[in-house]
Design a protein around this ligand. Structure first.
Ligand SMILES: Nc1ncnc2c1ncn2[C@@H]1O[C@H](COP(=O)(O)OP(=O)(O)O)[C@@H](O)[C@H]1O
Ligand SMILES: [Mg+2]
Length: 231
């Protein structure tokens, strides 16, 4: 579903070069819940940005569902993101002046292929799933961090993306709220067969993934399939 070939990303600042990704080759299959782990600065966010079409690699190839994404125009990339990808950020990135319901409905409304009734019922369903339906008319600032992150997950999956990306979604959460978010990811992975690519540097998160890829200095240093514990 995702093919990554010899991907490099070099950031240039004046005469200084940072090789953030240094020849990453990786295949991600449909239905995987994969954890990209590694110390701070190892290139995790850079990799996720490339896969989420948020930035361009310096060299190498990314093929998602048969599409070589380097061949897409900017407009096609926007459409590709809207129809195929969901992205959860560390800091939630909710629209502050929109209610929970409006935030979740937003990506569905940007698409032109659904009726208003369908968008409303899809959003309501996702909010029930994430346990936030009774908060649908609240503003983000009226919710806890954990609740806000669950809203941003609901927003990311309302369009039923082929792939869900999450960059350290628990970074600002305590362990109880982190577990709630991780349990939610596991549930949507198992029940909806949602492919999830999640970045983390917290070692205990590894219990949730069914595959762990570790990065160091922009290189893949290990790639392990995990036997899922009975839950
Ligand atoms: N926009 C940028 N400009 C310059 N250097 C960057 C930029 N983004 C990341 N880097 C550098 O690239 C390396 C990898 O960063 P990053 O992908 O954010 O790592 P991680 O998410 O694993 O902490 C680091 O050395 C970082 O300083
Ligand atoms: Mg990062």
């Amino acid at each position: 579903m995702i093919g990554i070939q010899d991907l490099t990303k070099i950031y240039r600042m004046g005469s200084v070069e940072v090789r953030a990704l240094d020849g990453v080759t990786l295949d991600i299959a449909k239905g995987e819940f994969i954890g990209i782990m590694g110390a701070s600065g190892s290139g995790k966010t850079t990799l996720l940005h490339m896969l989420g079409l948020l930035d361009l690699p310096t060299s190498g190839r990314i093929v998602i569902d048969g599409t070589d994404i380097a061949k897409l125009t900017d407009y096609e990339k926007t459409m590709f993101r809207l129809y195929k990808l969901g992205y959860v950020f560390q800091d939630y990135a909710l629209v502050p002046d929109l209610t929970v319901m409006e935030n979740v409905s937003l990506p569905a409304m940007l698409r032109k292929d659904r009726s208003e009734e369908q968008i409303t019922s899809d959003s309501a369903l996702i909010l029930q799933k994430t346990g936030l339906f009774d908060r649908r008319d609240h503003l983000p600032r009226e919710l806890s961090g954990g609740q806000q992150q669950r809203v941003s997950i609901a927003r990311a999956i309302v369009n039923k993306p082929d792939i869900l990306f999450a960059d350290e979604p628990c970074a600002n959460l305590d362990s109880e709220n982190s577990r709630m978010v991780l349990d939610l990811f596991r549930e949507i992975n198992e029940e909806m067969h949602q492919t999830i690519v999640m970045v983390s540097h917290e070692d205990w998160h590894k219990d949730y993934f069914n595959r762990i890829v570790r990065l160091r200095d922009g290189k893949v240093v290990s790639d392990d399939i995990i036997e899922r514990k009975a839950s």
